[in-house]
Design a protein around this ligand. Structure first.
Ligand code: PLA
Length: 418
């Protein structure tokens, strides 16, 4: 009897209906964390995913988050469904943080805000909206960009093309190329912009360049679409890091903005963020919001409550808000320290005369090292340093003690591997 059972099982497996399902490749960013876990070397260092670590290289929950969670537990709140649009106090807090609480567009009711599944989910919802209401439009994406942007628009069936951004010769912004490509795109395109701390390059336009970009975008009747995943994390100031978005809003333009609290509040796994659409009139914002809700309902119905309450509590309480800003400054400061130490180590150790100062001019969590794929492979295979294959390293995963080791690995990979 038992044998027969086995044979039946085996037959069932042989005849799988999934024969046509091939193995997917590992994700270029999150797959790096999986490979890191599997490495047994003591030397190993994970500079792949942009996740903040302490100086001891441990993940940490912000003190202000622990405080907010304690208060929430004490209140004994329930776990009823949120409305489709999310937690009202969060939606207000998040738009206030992004635009400034006294921004006229908020007072005028011109902002449609929906709590969504962190930055990624908010981008995906906006992509679904573009696909439905702007089926002929394409999205312009910086070259290079965050590895998941293309997947998001591909899966939403939104066509995209790239605009020039990074110039390997200057290791800086190809501003001329960027402007030319945005100018040449069909009128009414969506222009995806990183609000601050461009991922992966760490190179942002200057305030003057943002103005010029706004000129061209306005002239071409394009729609600015900001991805704000690092507000407060680039400069240490929430207001400064939102200045690009605010500049476009001040001009009276309609703007899309996806927000994430993964990094600045360390709420990675809570999946908390929002999509905001700044519209020309309150009545337009109402219609846009109604359609975003309509898209969200069959996708995930309504968003999770825990992270929304943390954000609303922290931002809504002046003491906790102050504590958050302090902790954020500390995180941004720690990253700046390792950035400086890495630069110092490279400059001291590398006798070739190569200029490493680009590391200091880059901003945010990442450094774009300029290492190519075989060189990045060498970093991992020989030195146990895990990073994405585009040459990006997350400085948030580095500490002062490991800077010299990292510098040795970079110098070896750069000079000894083609
Ligand atoms: N937008 C940009 C530019 C990002 O860098 C990231 C995260 C997100 C959106 C989405 O984050 P969220 O969904 O968690 O809010 N980028 C990380 C992680 C930090 C990742 O790839 O998912 C990165 O290592 O690039």
């Amino acid at each position: 009897m038992q044998n027969t059972g086995h044979i039946t099982m085996a037959l069932a497996v042989d005849a799988s209906r999934f024969e046509g399902v091939p193995m997917a490749p590992p994700d270029p960013i999150l797959g790096v964390s999986e490979a890191f876990k599997a490495d047994t070397s003591d030397l190993k260092l994970n500079l792949g995913v942009g996740a903040y670590r302490t100086e001891e290289l441990q993940p940490a929950v912000l003190n202000v988050v622990k405080k907010a969670e304690k208060l929430m537990l004490e209140k004994g709140e329930n776990k009823e469904y949120l409305p489709i649009e999310g937690f009202a106090a969060f939606n207000k807090a998040t738009a206030d943080l992004l635009l400034g609480a006294d921004n006229p567009v908020i007072k005028q009711g011109r902002v449609a805000t929906l709590q969504s599944l962190s930055g990624t989910g908010s981008l995906r919802l906006a992509a679904a909206f573009i696909q439905r209401y702007f089926p002929d439009a394409k999205v312009l994406i910086s070259s290079p960009t965050w590895g998941n942007h293309k997947n998001i628009f591909n899966d939403a069936r939104v066509p995209w093309s790239e605009y020039r951004y990074y110039d390997p010769k200057t290791v800086g912004l190809d501003f001329e190329g960027m402007i030319a490509d945005i100018q040449a795109a069909p009128e009414g395109s969506f222009v995806l912009l990183h609000g601050c701390a461009h991922n992966p390059t760490g190179i942002d336009p200057t305030p003057e360049q943002w103005e010029k970009l706004a000129d061209v975008i306005e002239e071409k009747k394009h729609m600015p679409f900001f991805d704000v995943a690092y507000q407060g994390f680039a400069s240490g100031s929430l207001d400064e890091d939102a200045s690009s978005v605010r500049l476009f809003v001040k001009r009276g333009l309609e703007v899309f903005v996806a927000q994430s609290y993964s990094k600045n509040l360390g709420l990675y796994a809570e999946r908390i963020g929002a999509i905001n659409v700044i519209c020309s009139a309150p009545e337009v914002a109402d219609r846009v919001k109604s359609q975003l809700k309509r898209l969200a309902r069959p996708m995930y119905s309504n968003p999770p409550i825990h992270g929304a309450k943390i954000v609303a509590n922290v931002v809504g309480d002046p003491t906790m808000f102050g504590e958050w800003k302090e902790e954020m400054e500390q995180m941004a400061g720690r990253i700046k320290n390792v950035r400086q130490k890495l630069y110092d180590s490279l400059t001291e150790k590398d006798q070739s005369g190569k200029d490493w100062s680009f590391i200091l001019s880059q901003i945010g969590m990442f450094s774009f090292t300029g290492l190519n794929r075989p060189q990045s492979d060498n970093m991992t295979d020989k030195w146990h340093i895990y990073m994405t294959k585009d040459g990006r390293i997350s400085l948030a995963g580095l500490n002062l003690a490991k800077c010299e080791y990292l510098a040795d690995a970079i110098i070896d990979s750069f000079h000894n591997v083609n």
